[in-house]
Design a protein around this ligand. Structure first.
Ligand code: SF4
Length: 202
């Protein structure tokens, strides 16, 4: 089958931190110019999921948010994930139908756990071996148990952020920021959202 008849979209994630964020634009342009269509190049922010103190090279929430706004306003790059159109999904961590399978047939609830034997929830031969952790992933870290989230105007679009990180905060004594990037720049995000809808409907 010739390439132009193939029916697919290709998404290329470029991992971003302070050390390479200024190279994102040239990287995105390289792919766009070389392959023309059906390629979406987007930044994926590198995070410290262990909740360790942010090193100098990781971007915090405000810097991530500002980076996306600058991409749009200064370079016309419309990346995924400005104001969400809809929010009707749940993270695989909470879903009974999603698992990550490791190389030895072991099951995890999140890819962040792969390789950590303490986070294996089931194996092919034994079935569920860690029901406490499994149940924790299903029900803990609920934003509706968190006054900060209940009082927050973003809860319908944010959903409390990553449940995996919320559970780390609750059970592993971490203090990881789970808030939405929109939170500090709501006005600008709404303006961009409006512009995108207008352009989409032109
Ligand atoms: S933005 Fe922060 S406080 Fe608001 S719902 Fe999301 S996680 Fe909770």
């Amino acid at each position: 089958m010739k390439a132009e008849k193939q029916n697919y979209n290709l998404h290329i994630r470029v991992n971003i931190d302070e050390s390479n964020k200024n190279e994102f634009i040239s990287t995105a342009r390289f792919f766009k110019e070389r392959y023309k269509k059906k390629i979406i190049v987007y930044p994926g922010f590198v995070d410290g999921i262990e909740g360790c103190k942010l090193s100098d090279c990781l971007l915090d929430r405000k810097k991530k948010s500002q980076f996306l706004i600058e991409l749009y306003k200064e370079h016309g790059v419309d990346v995924l994930g400005f104001y969400p159109d809809d929010y009707r999904y749940e993270c695989p961590v909470r879903s009974p139908y999603h698992h990550v399978i490791g190389p030895n047939g072991e099951f995890y609830k999140c890819w962040n756990d792969v390789g950590n034997q303490e986070k294996v929830i089931a194996t092919l031969d034994k079935g569920v071996i860690n029901p406490i952790l499994l149940n924790r992933y299903y029900v803990a870290g609920d934003p509706f148990d968190d006054k900060k989230c209940i009082d927050c105007i973003h809860i319908q679009t944010c959903g409390g952020g990553c449940p995996y990180l919320r559970i780390q905060n609750e059970f592993e004594n971490k203090n990881i920021d789970t808030c939405d990037l929109i939170k500090d720049n709501l006005e600008e995000y709404l303006e961009i959202h409006y512009e995108r809808i207008i352009k989409r409907n032109e």
